[in-house]
Design a protein around this ligand. Structure first.
Ligand code: BG6
Length: 297
């Protein structure tokens, strides 16, 4: 295990599951882990929190050509299946690329900032014809903040979708509520070709749930009476929020998701997807962030 920078104590670079490269943070404020594969945050736990915030499947695969199941996969440049190519990898290629570690620095209020990037190349252009650079900044403090920015380096306008696909630990999904999306419109992958409206009640989980709330930048709060905590997700420049729990049959159908794990997680994803896809003119940059915090008791 080697220290990344003598000045940044508590940050180490090692090889984790599947021998993939990983950054580990053990600070006074929190512990965290990030794989360079996908720039994938797989762990975050503030010091005063009794449980991890991010959920990881025990069945996750850690291989260079497969996405990690849990944590925060980065979905880019499309969300779900690619509209014009159903054979292209689901949720884009960012989550299966090895990102370059750019820097590790001290941030404000004791946070540690870890920056990663990827750039378009022949392989990305075979899947998506665009010249781009993407930067990802992870700030590990008493809160976790993740910031994805995309630069259009080409001569034409580019159109893309993006999601910070956060998996959260909950005591029991069936007793969990998600607040903040009252009145928002949503698309439902289980009932396509229609738009629905969330009523004034919190979202509760009683079956497979796979919704993309659109035209909303609202903060969401996960109310977890079992672990006796609230997790909030604040968003910047994100107009979609995806809410997902696979429930029984879909969990069984996924090879990298344990059959009995679905009650322990919910996904609340900071996104720009579907009608909120980003159109970025040549030479411009677009950024989207999520700030995740926990309140116990
Ligand atoms: C969610 C989608 O964001 O991700 C679901 O809304 C999908 O439809 C889920 O099943 C997991 O996707 P994947 O590609 O990681 O299995």
């Amino acid at each position: 295990m080697s220290t990344i920078d003598r000045d940044i104590s508590g940050v180490t670079r090692d090889r984790g599951e599947g021998n993939l490269e990983r950054i580990r943070i053990q600070s006074d404020l929190a512990s965290a882990e990030i794989y360079l594969h996908g720039a994938h945050v797989t762990h975050f736990q503030p010091r005063d929190s009794a449980h991890p915030v991010l959920w990881m499947s025990k069945s996750s695969v850690f291989k260079s050509d497969k996405p990690i199941r849990g944590g925060i996969p980065i979905c880019f440049p499309w969300f779900g299946p690619k509209a014009d190519d159903p054979k292209a990898p689901a949720h884009g290629f960012a989550r299966t690329r090895d990102w370059t570690l750019e820097s590790v620095q001290h941030g404000e209020s004791g946070a540690i900032l870890i920056a990663f990037n990827i750039k378009s190349d022949e392989a990305t252009k075979r899947l998506w014809d665009a010249d781009f650079a993407a930067h990802y900044l992870v700030s590990v403090g008493s809160e976790l903040s993740v910031h994805l920015s995309v630069q259009n380096l080409g001569l034409n306008l580019i159109r893309f979708e993006e999601a910070l696909h956060s998996y959260f630990v909950v005591g029991n999904a069936q007793q969990t509520e998600v607040r903040g999306l009252d009145g928002a419109s949503y698309l439902d992958r289980l009932r396509p070709a229609a738009t629905f409206k969330q009523d004034d009640q919190p979202i509760r989980f009683a079956a497979e749930t796979d919704r993309t709330y659109i035209n909303t930048d609202a903060m969401t709060t996960i109310i977890d009476p079992v672990l006796d905590r609230r997790i909030t997700n604040r968003k910047v420049n994100s107009n979609s929020t995806v809410v997902w729990n696979p429930w029984i049959a879909k969990a069984k159908a996924m090879a990298d998701f344990g059959d009995d794990e679905w009650p322990g997680m919910v996904c609340i994803e900071t996104a720009n997807a579907g009608p909120n896809a980003v159109e970025l003119p040549a030479g411009q940059q677009h950024s989207m962030s999520a700030v995740i915090s926990v309140e116990n008791g």
